[in-house]
Design a protein around this ligand. Structure first.
Ligand SMILES: *[C@@H]1O[C@H](CO)[C@@H](O)[C@H](O)[C@H]1NC(C)=O
Ligand SMILES: *[C@@H]1O[C@H](CO)[C@@H](O)[C@H](O)[C@H]1NC(C)=O
Length: 423
């Protein structure tokens, strides 16, 4: 087996990279749930191998270069002109909005086919192309966000992306849980103001921090870790997860943030990863073939998060807090898939096993045995967990209408606004 690393790194095997990738993609907790569920349905010999993870295939391929970002040219010209970026976004979250943070933090070279559709090289995004946050940046005419932990080629003049794949809202639930991301932001902010007070130029000035959009998209990993529990027990976990996000908003507000862009979670019960967990029968499937229990959890989570945003809006009269229901947008994608030219809404493009889900927890995308859809095929799910660029572009186009947001405003209207929007 060849090393997944480019330069030497003889002691770091491709298998380790693959396992670490699995860890960050799925989280140990979620992985364990799936493993347990699969073991139940597996022949004894295979089960032993699986439990020791001895049979997991190594990552395929190697060779990828240190990436430069598309959009870097735009950033450079902005800099050359000496002007301040009119758009500043601080983003917090998980792999849904991670533009390369997990890869940077762990020194992971995530190989093609990740990134194959748009960047044509891996950027650390866990999909074939752009994420919703990338389309948001494009719509605001600003370069893609640099990950906070990316040492080379980063430009923070239009904001910072603290999102890391696998992250939870719950402290300690993952290495870069929301509390850690908030601390990183506060560190960045404090250092910036230290320099500003010494008369030095920083990527973002005081006004930039004040006028910035603070975006949060987190919670999917928290919920995923609980979904195997009986419905009532999962429901009982929701308030605490929501409370951590609410606390995050309060913390940012206490440090001058006034514009918030909060995403709910998606249709978890329609993800091939969840659907491929062995089940006794199909009684929990809805008319679109998605798991009702998981989707009900997601909907309830979004309701609670929306309620928290309502409460915060009452208390923070000088802030704009926008909540966007990603479930409605992402479920529509599945329910109305033919309208979007998608044939198999519940099947992963990159996975193993073919229809109906092309997902095998032990032969995932990026493993040696992955089966990949054609470049021009339109799939919703990239790897069973993350959406494809095609799906992300549809989601973004709906999100950008503002019609799924409360209050019903477009994110662009936040950029230059100085007065709060009412909910
Ligand atoms: C499917 O599309 C129709 C027409 O746009 C819409 O009314 C309906 O709500 C969509 N279904 C779902 C489940 O989102
Ligand atoms: C914000 O204002 C700047 C400067 O007037 C303008 O160039 C830009 O288009 C505005 N941005 C948005 C999203 O309205």
């Amino acid at each position: 087996m060849t090393s997944g690393l480019m330069n030497g790194g003889g002691s770091v095997s491709a298998t380790k990279i693959s396992l670490r990738l699995q860890y960050y993609v799925l989280l140990a907790g979620v992985g364990a749930v799936v493993v347990v569920a699969c073991l139940k349905y597996m022949p004894a010999a295979a089960a032993v191998a699986a439990a020791g993870y001895g049979s997991w295939p190594g990552a395929q391929g190697s060779g990828l270069a240190v990436a430069t970002r598309a959009g870097e040219a735009a950033a450079a010209s902005e800099k050359a002109s000496g002007g301040r970026s009119p758009v500043v976004i601080f983003n917090f979250g998980d792999s849904n909005s991670d533009t390369g943070g997990m890869a940077a933090a762990n020194g992971m070279n995530i190989a093609l086919p990740e990134g194959r559709t748009f960047f044509r090289r891996p950027t650390g995004r866990l999909t074939d192309g752009r994420l919703v946050i990338d389309f948001i940046c494009e719509s605001l005419n600003t370069p893609y966000l640099s990950p906070y932990l990316k040492a080379l080629g980063s430009d923070f003049s239009n904001g910072v992306n603290f999102a890391i794949g696998g992250s939870t809202a719950t402290p300690g639930g993952s290495p870069f849980s929301l509390d850690v991301q908030l601390h990183q932001f506060l560190y960045f902010r404090t250092r910036s103001f230290e320099l500003i007070n010494k008369g030095q130029r920083t990527p973002i000035d005081g006004e930039g921090f004040r006028k910035a959009i603070y975006a949060i998209d987190i919670g999917q990993n928290d919920l995923s870790a609980y979904l195997h529990l009986p419905y009532d027990e999962v429901v009982a976990k929701i308030p605490l997860v929501v409370a951590h996000i609410k606390f995050g908003i309060e913390t940012l507000y206490a440090h001058g943030a006034r514009k918030f862009w909060i995403h709910g979670t998606g249709a978890l019960g329609c993800l091939p990863q969840k659907l491929s967990i062995p089940r006794d029968d199909d009684s929990d499937l809805d008319g679109n073939g998605c798991l009702k229990k998981y989707n009900n959890v997601a909907k309830l989570f979004n309701e609670r998060l929306a309620e928290s945003c309502n409460q915060l809006r009452q208390r923070m009269a000088d802030a704009t807090i926008v909540f966007t229901d990603m479930f409605v947008i992402k479920y529509d994608l599945v329910a109305n898939h033919t309208k979007y030219g998608i044939e198999r809404p519940l099947m992963a493009c990159c996975g193993n096993g073919g229809p109906p889900y092309n997902y095998n927890h032990f032969k995932m995308c990026m493993s040696g045995e992955m089966q990949l859809c054609d470049m021009d095929a339109r799939f919703i799910s990239w790897d069973g967990v993350h959406l494809t660029e095609v799906a992300n572009s549809i989601v973004a186009s709906k999100l950008l209408t503002g019609d799924y947001s409360k209050p019903r405003i477009k994110i662009a209207s936040l950029v230059n606004s100085t007065t709060p929007h009412d909910g």
